[in-house]
Ligand binder design. Sequence first.
Ligand code: PMP
Length: 358
Amino acid sequence: MSRYLNPRYAAFEVYTPGEQPRDMQYVKLNTNESPYPAAPGVAEAVAREAGGDGAGGRLQLYSDPECAELRDALAARYGVKRENVYVSNGSDDILNFAFMAFAGNGVRAFFPDISYGFYKVFAELNGVEYTQVPLKPDFRLDPADYMGLNGFIAIANPNAPTGLAISRKDVEYILKWNPDRVVLIDEAYVDFGAESCLPLVREYDNLLVVQTFSKSRSMAGARLGFAIAQKTLIDDLNRIKYSTNPYNVNRMTLAAGVAALQNDAWNTENCRRIIETRGRAKQALEALGFEVLPSSANFLFARSDRIGGGELYRALKQRGVLVRHFEAPRIADYNRITVGTPEQMDVLLAKIKEILGA
Ligand code: PMP
């Protein structure tokens, strides 16, 4: 840190992304990426924008700040109007904007004590006071803990890193008990088997649903997230966008998003495969004595009495398998394991057996 940095940005701990190492080829199960490529047509759409098809491309032109074509495609896909859709450079961007727009200035933020690590960072970045609401001892979220909080609420559903989901009814209960504040439901992993609360958008003007193309649509590298809400909330997000970077989604990514939605059956099929692999991997881990939380996401959260979380993480890394370990209260015994291909999961299980000497 230089001596010039505004102390406001010096005080807090920044978010630590999962490792993206280059020292060797790992079986990479640490950042919840899809093991499958993006839908057919996506690469061609990107190439067309960039001129890779030999026709010159359009990179010299700014991207559409309205993102009209992609928003229309998302609106059609989810049965809403263009005015209900906001798109961004990864869903992290929307989360940040939401903390900026709907919390602070006396409005406290509330989110679970164990959840996506960025919520705390965005709160601190934006000078928002926050309370981390403890999950139950079994990591379940009790909606009653969110009764009448009168603050901005952010909940990942399914939650990360636990993979546990709450029902749409639970979300509705939280919305009803907090009618004067925004409730953000982060559905980054919803396509892997949780109940989306998108149908509630029509009825609740305080609901902001956030999703991403990073997981279920195999496009983490394209950086594309979106939010669906009533027009008034979308207008608020646009106020922040037009005050920071109106061209926050680039041409290649806009084109990739439209192409991915044209082939969305491809993505649905990949989700089905991942859910199937998840079930088999969970069983196999349980057969090795692991306790594995029921997951509605593309990862498993698991611990064993036979080996510590950090120890297993390090032993797997030595053997070329990367998983995610959080050295944090309540969850240091666990590892979060992304569901890869069946072959990748076989490697993981073989290495775990080797480590446990089973
Ligand atoms: N929300 C949750 C719960 C996540 O785990 C992630 C992925 N790290 C994100 C949001 C952000 O995803 P992206 O910015 O790639 O859309």
